[in-house]
Design a protein around this ligand. Structure first.
Ligand SMILES: C[S@@+](CC[C@H](N)C(=O)[O-])C[C@H]1O[C@@H](n2cnc3c(N)ncnc32)[C@H](O)[C@@H]1O
Ligand code: SF4
Length: 429
């Protein structure tokens, strides 16, 4: 614990050159922030689920149709505010996440989408998350007719006892049928989310799950190790049931098993946790580095500022009903912090170009991060030739273990506090 804290503070100093990063309750002036932005992405958060899973860190509450109706009206108000600010700047990626977006099929999701397409210059496909229990033929047809081209399904596990331990409300047979039904439709990409390093999971179960996913014919698999967020119910449950977390070396071995299964089936790695069939457009949440987040807990990143909407659905609705922006916390980003955050996401994607850094910051990549890249190349974590830098499988995993020193801790502080207080004064990362 002490060592983790020490490493975290040293890395923060080294990469971001800052020792204190704090988000504050200080409404930012937004109009001017769009002036030198040419394009941006949109994220829409749907904070409702049919049931709450004990391990889940996301902002969500149980779905009630009447709350979803008021939420629809509030999101439409938020869209109108942004539409005035951004004018006809193109939106080049659009992601609907949650919670469970498919809960809002019949209580406003189509209305929100229509409004988005009328208010912004949309020049991209729609990516959307879904729950396997919401994928009847009728619902899949509704998803298609809403214009969703890239669908993600939260499968989680492919052994009944693991589904049960995660409190997922379906069996392997049922989830296979739902996925195969979706694969049979004409989506450009069907992604499946799964979790490994589950309580007492064996290596052969991980391998079996990988093979089943390949057999189901999905275009992409995102396989995450089970993360334990201290503010979720999982921490308590794990204690009561004496679940041991798999350590970093066991996780590496499990990920190695999945890498072999997916590479043998012809998939390519497209991020730390994702494997995609070649020629298929990758399913991922934000494909442009600058984005606006709509909805309760929506986060926005506009070059030199990151800000976060209130997580509280009731407060989000109340703010917009009274004509106020629902922004709870914001952080002005120094140039160094912007660069560190750029590098963080490019490492997550496992490959990047030096020239993209130059384009974004007008600075030579090697002058800023060159010495770290040289070192990482020496230990075999990346290939460093020409413009492109590509991480090896080992580099991808171990650099992500380092990133997790920050991200799990930061997410827990930021999201944990935001789920408890609608308008926190300050969150120190
Ligand atoms: C918003 S959910 C997906 C859509 C839908 N709500 C569902 O559960 O089917 C996003 C995904 O994040 C992953 N996830 C959630 N909590 C996690 C955790 N503690 N550790 C690892 N992955 C997690 C799961 O794979 C989950 O499907
Ligand atoms: S995993 Fe999905 S269904 Fe479960 S609580 Fe999280 S968002 Fe909701």
């Amino acid at each position: 614990m002490w060592l983790e804290g020490f490493l975290r503070s040293q890395l923060k100093r080294l990469l971001a050159k800052e020792s204190l990063i704090a988000l504050e309750k200080r409404p930012p002036l937004l109009e001017s922030r769009f002036q030198d932005i040419d394009e941006f992405g949109l994220y829409l958060h749907i904070p409702f689920c049919g049931q709450i899973c004990p391990y889940c860190p996301y902002n969500k509450e149980i779905y009630h149709p009447e709350v979803a109706r008021s939420y629809t009206n509030a999101v439409i108000k938020e869209i109108d505010i942004y539409s005035e600010m951004v004018g006809n700047r193109p939106v080049t990626s659009f992601y609907i996440g949650g919670g469970t977006p498919t809960t809002m099929f019949y209580s406003g999701l189509d209305e929100i989408l229509e409004h988005i397409f009328a208010a912004f210059s949309m020049q991209c496909d729609i990516h959307m998350e879904s729950h396997p229990n919401d994928l009847s033929i009728d619902n899949l047809n509704a998803i298609n007719s809403m214009g969703v081209e890239h669908l993600s399904i939260g499968v989680e596990a492919l052994q009944d006892h693991h589904l049960k331990a995660l409190h997922r409300p379906y069996t392997v047979e049922q989830v296979k049928a739902a996925v195969e039904q979706a694969v049979g439709k004409s989506f450009k990409c069907v992604n499946v989310d799964t979790i490994f390093a589950l309580p007492n999971q064996t290596y052969s179960e991980v391998q079996q799950a990988g093979h089943l996913l390949v057999e189901m014919g999905v275009d992409q698999v995102a396989a995450y190790p089970l993360f334990k967020f201290p503010y979720t119910k999982w921490a308590q449950l794990a204690k009561e049931r004496n679940y041991k977390s798999a350590g970093i070396f066991k996780r590496r071995k499990m990920l190695g098993i999945l890498e072999r299964v997916f590479y043998d089936a012809g998939f390519e790695r497209t991020s730390v946790w994702a494997f995609t069939k070649p020629g298929v457009p990758k399913y991922c949440s934000v494909t442009v580095p600058l984005y606006v987040g709509l909805g309760a807990s929506g986060g926005s990143y506009l070059k030199d500022i990151f800000y976060l909407n209130t997580f509280n659905v009731h407060e989000y609705i109340r703010a917009l009903e009274s004509g106020r922006m629902p922004i709870a916390l914001s952080l002005d980003l120094s140039e160094r912090l912007q660069m560190a955050s750029w590098l963080y996401w490019r490492i997550y994607e496992t490959r990047f170009r030096r020239s993209d850094f130059q384009k974004r910051f007008g600075k030579e990549f090697d002058k800023v991060f060159g010495k770290y890249i040289k070192l990482l190349s020496l230990v075999g974590f990346l290939k460093n030739d020409g413009d492109e830098i590509v991480l090896s499988d080992n580099g991808t995993y171990w650099l992500h273990v380092l990133q997790d020193l920050f991200s799990i801790e930061y997410i827990s502080r930021l999201w944990g506090t935001s789920q408890q207080e609608p308008w926190p004064e300050k969150v120190v990362l």
